[in-house]
Design a protein around this ligand. Structure first.
Ligand code: TZP
Ligand code: MG
Length: 224
């Protein structure tokens, strides 16, 4: 299976869609704009609805040959044949998830603290979501934002491993360059991508929003 390009990781949230926009049209526009991997995140849907959204999203991602990851729910990931599952700190432990997920699938985990990053490394997560970097309206945070310095410290913990790392939380086209050229030089070396919700999903033009983010991320990589 192809390795995943984490550079622009879209995490969905149907609650943030502008009035009149559908999840699938927004997802398609974001994909056309350059999103490289998609996570379906459903915090209020029941199982049947989550399954339906996941199935429809999988069919769309397949048309564009894009990997789809399911937040929280291993059963739904298995049911739709997704590329992986994204776990939180209070979800299924990685070693158990690994037993349940088919060969070739990936497991990611959200980390808010250095200890969580160390544990994710020990447990051999395939990738980590590091954050929240900045404050966000999208998720109620249980710990303060880590900032660019906190992110740099987390990336340090991961050095020497082949665990991929994406930053998440408050990332927008207006602050992404600041993140990428952040005071910690290792950001440019070790950050494999950025995960974004509202700057794409709630944008009036999700295609343009994705294009903007992608070109800023790419430009910073070329300079690195
Ligand atoms: N995990 C940490 S912050 C966050 C998640 C799911 C939400 C990020 O959303 P946004 O809109 O990109 O700030
Ligand atoms: Mg979770």
């Amino acid at each position: 299976m192809d390795p995943i390009d984490f550079s622009l990781y879209l995490v969905t949230d149907r609650a943030l869609l502008p009035v009149g926009k559908t999840h699938l049209e927004t997802l398609e526009q974001a994909i056309i704009g350059g999103v490289t991997v998609v996570q379906i995140r459903e915090k209020t849907a029941d199982t049947a609805e989550f399954l339906r959204v996941a199935q429809e999203s999988k069919a769309l991602c397949d048309r564009y040959n894009l990997p789809l990851i399911i937040n929280d729910r291993i059963d739904i990931s298995l049911a739709v044949g997704a590329r992986g599952v994204h776990l939180g700190q209070t979800d299924m432990p990685i070693d158990i998830a690994r037993q349940l997920m088919p060969t070739g699938t990936i497991i990611g985990i959200s980390c808010n603290t250095l200890d969580e990053v160390r544990r994710a490394k020990e447990a051999k997560a395939d990738y980590v979501g590091l954050g929240a970097v900045w404050s966000t309206q999208t998720k109620k945070l249980t710990s303060p934002p880590i900032g660019v310095r906190g992110l740099g410290a987390m990336l340090d913990v991961l050095s020497g491993s082949n665990i991929k790392a994406v930053a998440i939380g408050g990332i927008k086209s207006t602050n992404l360059a600041h993140l990428m050229h952040g005071s910690m030089s290792q950001l440019e070396e070790c950050l494999d991508g950025v995960a974004v919700v509202s700057d794409i999903v709630a944008a009036p033009d999700p295609m343009k929003a994705a294009q903007r983010l992608k070109s800023i991320f790419r430009a910073s990589r070329i300079v690195a």
